[in-house]
Ligand binder design. Structure first.
Ligand code: MGD
Ligand code: MGD
Ligand code: MO
Length: 761
């Protein structure tokens, strides 16, 4: 059976040339996941975009109809017509407003496959046309991504250089997982994953005697095989917990002074705050107990256990997808520095074991080839999660990482491979923001809420409808990905669509380089093989690769240990921080003068948390969904099987349900002052009391009379569009305060599972 790679694993499929007829996990994967089943029925689902479509008002009266965006039927048009109107509109906007009026950040995961990767395609295309406004950073680790280079190393260096699972399974004695060690999230990796290895590494570690501590509001978001002790602080209070751990290490003489002196700067600036000399508040366990609800005695004991063991501190990405998300990450590094085990086998810290399948895979000799996007012509760039602010308030100035950014005025949005009406916060606000530009163009496979809020929707192929090759970040298994079926409807590859528009705008040759997709695959592979050859690494030629099931890219060192070189020879391998050392105090960050991110890690109370429920009483965790990747294939089998009464499941502790007279299976209304949604109630003691979980990704299904009410259960109608801090301006999507009540009215039907209405003009 031919193989195919997805972000959620490799599969073996059979087809009849038009549709997948059977699908099973790739035989090489020791731990495949059920999410692969979402593929089965999706290709020919009624929500598939089959033909180019233009919103009626835009076709009839162009930009002046922008206020109806999201509310109007579409008109299906021919490809020739669609290419013509898109080309003319791009030409108009480039000549009248220039590239700083075109938002092409186009954030999103799209599909696995190195060549057809939608963001690479759209960025190459817009670069050839004259440039665009880009998005900086990501939704995944937007806060830590800006912080970490100042204090130790880039997120990429830390994750790519992670101490390998093999080393953890053999060496770690105590694994302290802040934010859990998620089974569901480590099913997935950007670009795909061949073999899922985390579960067996955890099993081996446990069998050897390693102990796992899970610090998280949700107990089952850690592999059951870890047999972890569960500690559930108030969400958002980890910085307080970590400060008190640091306090115990310091006051009981357990900190590694030699390590701090040799490899770190700034402990002297941090200690007076830790001890309370600067603010009169010692950050001791009693102080932390009030904030976290974790008994002071347990905190002290945990600090001693950490100091007396080979301890790995894991910091999930969710820890920083919050207001002041920099602080727990910075403190995790500080704790690891105080323990003095950074660079030793099985000790130190990592940012995101469990957050994705690739974290803990050792580096390969080379990344597989990908489409060149440059030369980059970025006309302006905004922190990616500030999109609504940009669209609503052009000309305003914001802080970002020590500089000022002026929000550009956007005339045209062009999106391929992402779903902002899934990924962004406060969707009613985003909907208003999306009504500002003259034109919105989207390439999509499905009638997602973003497609429904566009003016021109162009149908894109799914990954198994086109030839490509793929390997995830750090994954040594490199798969050829043959086209397995013909495209559904009139769908075309993003590449083919961009090539046709580029041709009409006079940059066809510049965009395509005179190649079709297969020509590009061969060209990219040949160049990669030649480069590896020069480096003394032999890989098979393209034809052999293309005929294979997969090939292995050699790994540099299976027993990779994060920061081992820095530890061995700090002078020869300094960090790329201002001091070349780990910065417990950062003069650079201090010099920015931000109240919400001072020069050393600090406890700053969040706006919405269980320590202050004067507004709403329950802490909503809007985390990643177990049954799909984000919003992708929400209409698929695994995702649909999880719905309760057709709504996204909301998990709640039985005690919180009893207080509200709610029972398992009830349809409930979740609300706060930003919006509301329906959900289907699931009771579970895996949740801390006071915490409810509504994962992201249910397709936004706004009530026609009230777009702040989602009938399906998308938590982003509730989340705040509030930045993490002035330093990083990142999303804070994970936490929101809400109330939950029984829904008494008739349960409304859903519009998202079928296409929008079409009219002819
Ligand atoms: N409340 C809350 N919100 C969150 C998060 C959270 O934890 N809580 N997490 C955030 C995070 S970390 C992330 S990364 C984002 C994810 O946000 P996104 O990456 O935007 O989400 P996806 O659902 O993966 O959207 C990808 C879209 O691309 C389409 N697509 C797939 N392949 C192709 C292709 O080849 N071509 C084209 N044209 N389209 C394609 C899919 O149909 C889908 O609609 O969400 C963020 N939003
Ligand atoms: N199945 C699946 N896997 C995915 C994705 C998906 O959509 N589906 N998305 C992928 C992407 S793009 C990303 S960025 C990663 C994200 O990876 P993460 O950011 O790690 O994932 P989340 O699911 O948002 O959160 C993980 C867990 O953190 C815990 N948590 C939440 N808030 C707090 C807190 O304040 N303190 C503590 N101590 N714990 C807290 C909760 O148990 C939560 O379930 O996942 C990736 N993996
Ligand atoms: Mo992400």
């Amino acid at each position: 059976m031919p193989t195919h790679l997805t972000h959620w694993g490799a599969v073996e499929v059979e087809t009849d040339g038009k549709a997948l007829t059977s699908l099973r996990p790739w035989s090489g994967d020791p731990d495949p996941r059920d999410i692969i089943r979402n593929l089965e029925s999706a290709q020919h689902h009624p929500a598939r975009v089959l033909r180019p479509a233009v919103r009626r008002g835009w076709l009839e009266s162009g930009a002046s109809s922008r206020a109806s965006r999201g509310d109007e039927p579409f008109v299906e048009v021919s490809w020739d017509h669609a290419i013509d109107v898109v080309s003319k509109e791009l030409n108009r906007v480039y000549s009248e407003h220039g590239p700083s009026a075109i938002y092409g950040g186009s954030y999103g995961w799209a599909s696995a496959g190195r060549f057809h990767h939608a963001q690479s395609q759209i960025h190459r295309f817009l670069n050839k046309l004259g440039g665009y406004v880009a998005g900086l950073g990501d939704y995944s680790y937007g806060a830590s991504g800006v912080l970490l280079p100042h204090i130790i190393a880039s997120a990429g260096e830390i994750m790519g250089g992670a101490t390998s699972w093999d080393v953890v399974s053999e060496e770690t004695e105590l694994f302290v997982a802040f934010g859990g060690l998620s089974e569901k999230n480590s099913g997935i990796a950007p670009g795909g994953i061949g073999r899922h290895v985390a579960r067996s590494a955890i099993e081996q570690a446990v069998a050897r005697g390693c102990r796992f501590v899970d610090i998280s509001p949700i107990a089952d978001d850690t592999y059951a095989e870890a047999k972890a002790e569960w500690i559930a602080p108030r969400p958002g209070s980890d910085a307080a917990l970590m400060l008190s751990l640091a306090f115990v290490l310091d006051s009981e003489g357990l900190a590694d002074q030699d390590f701090l002196a040799r490899y770190c700067v700034g402990m002297d600036r941090f200690l007076p705050y830790l001890k309370g000399d600067t603010d009169g508040v010692p950050k001791d366990p009693t102080w932390a107990e009030r904030l976290t609800s974790i008994p002071a005695s347990r905190i002290s004991r945990l600090a001693r256990e950490m100091a007396s063991s080979r301890t790995m501190i894991n910091l999930s990405w969710s820890m920083q997808r919050q207001q002041h998300g920099e602080q727990p990450i910075w403190l995790g590094v500080v704790l690891a520095a105080m323990l003095g085990q950074i660079g030793l086998p099985g000790g130190g810290f990592q940012h995101g074991y469990g957050s994705a399948a690739d974290i803990g895979l050792p580096l390969r000799v080379a990344s597989p080839p990908s489409l060149p996007q440059g030369p980059e012509r970025v006309a302006a760039a905004i922190p990616v999660a500030r999109i609504s602010d940009m669209l609503l308030s052009p000309g305003t100035e914001i802080d970002f990482d020590g500089r000022k950014i002026v929000m550009p005025k956007i005339e045209l949005i062009y999106w391929a491979g992402g779903n902002p009406f899934h990924h962004h916060q406060h969707l009613a606000r985003l909907r208003n923001a999306f009504k500002k530009p003259a034109t919105v163009i989207v390439h999509e496979q499905f009638w997602t809420s973003t497609a429904r809020h566009a003016d021109i929707v162009l149908p894109a192929t799914m990954s198994f409808e086109r030839d490509d090759f793929g390997a995830g970040r750090n994954d040594p298994t490199f798969f050829p990905m043959h086209a397995l079926t013909e495209p559904a409807g009139e769908a075309r590859d993003d590449y083919v669509i961009f090539a046709a528009i580029a041709e009409q705008l006079g940059v066809g040759e510049a965009f395509t380089g005179g190649r079709d997709a297969m020509g590009w695959l061969r060209h990219l592979y040949d160049g990669w093989q030649a480069k590896l050859n020069d480096d003394g690494v032999t890989v098979v030629d393209f034809d052999t690769f293309w005929a294979s099931e997969s090939i292995q890219i050699p790994v540099i060192n299976q027993d990779q240990i994060l920061f081992s070189e820095f530890r061995r020879t700090p002078d020869a391998h300094p960090l790329r921080t201002a001091s070349g050392k780990i910065e417990i105090f950062s003069q650079t960050i201090a010099s920015f003068g931000y109240d919400d991110c001072p020069g050393h890690p600090t406890w700053i109370e969040p706006d919405e948390w269980l320590g202050n429920t004067t507004t709403f009483p329950l802490q909503l965790i809007a985390n990643q969904p177990k049954t799909r990747l984000h919003s992708q294939l929400d209409i698929g089998k695994t995702s649909q099987a999880s719905k309760v009464g057709g709504r996204e499941p909301l998990r709640m502790h039985p005690h919180d349900a009893a207080v509200r007279g709610l029972k398992d299976g009830d349809i409930v209304r979740v609300w706060n002052r930003r919006g509301s949604c329906l959900a289907g109630l699931v009771l579970s003691t895996a949740l801390r009391q006071g915490v409810v979980q509504l994962s992201s990704g249910a397709w936004y299904d706004p009530d026609p009379d009230d777009p702040s009410f989602c009938r399906h259960g998308n938590p982003n109608v509730l989340t705040a569009d509030k930045p993490s801090s002035s330093l990083s301006q990142a999303t804070t999507a994970t936490h929101t305060l809400v109330e939950v009540e029984k829904w008494h009215g008739p349960t409304p039907g859903l519009a998202v599972n079928r296409p929008p209405s079409f009219v002819s003009v």
